[in-house]
Design a protein around this ligand. Sequence first.
Ligand code: ADP
Length: 156
Amino acid sequence: MKKAIYPGSFDPITNGHLDIIKRAACLFGEVLVAVISNPEKKPFFSLNERLKMVKEAVHGVKNIKVDFFDGLLVDYAQSAKASSIIRGLRAVSDFDYEFQMALTNRQLSPNLETVFLMTDYKYSYLSSSIVKQIARLKGDISGLVPKNVAKILKKI
Ligand code: ADP
């Protein structure tokens, strides 16, 4: 059974992330959504808040597990016995960074393959940052994030 890791900040999880998770779940025996505990990006939501939102959003989708990690992704992937890393691609703008990360991870761990999945076009403009901006300005974020996340964002 092939196991894949989908790492990210998920600050917060959006429908774009969920789209990638569901696509990956059709391709792999198990998908481990791994929330980066202390990303350099200085997340708006705490690790516990981000984890809780992801867990609630994927509840009921079988073969998906949720965890968090600190440190090098390749080390975590090895300890979790995963053979692939999943990353989502939205637009060409994602490519440079993702290409660099994938090749760096290959250098660090040659057997760990990075697999890119393309999002549905309707989520191709969507990011956690834009969702937070809209929420702060009291815009309508339903349709962009799972219901549990929308509830929380309405309070920020
Ligand atoms: P990171 O800080 O690792 O970039 P993110 O939570 O921002 O974490 O993103 C995790 C992964 O999900 C990345 O591969 C990113 O390109 C992808 N992603 C983010 N938003 C979308 C979206 N709307 N559609 C598809 N993939 C996305």
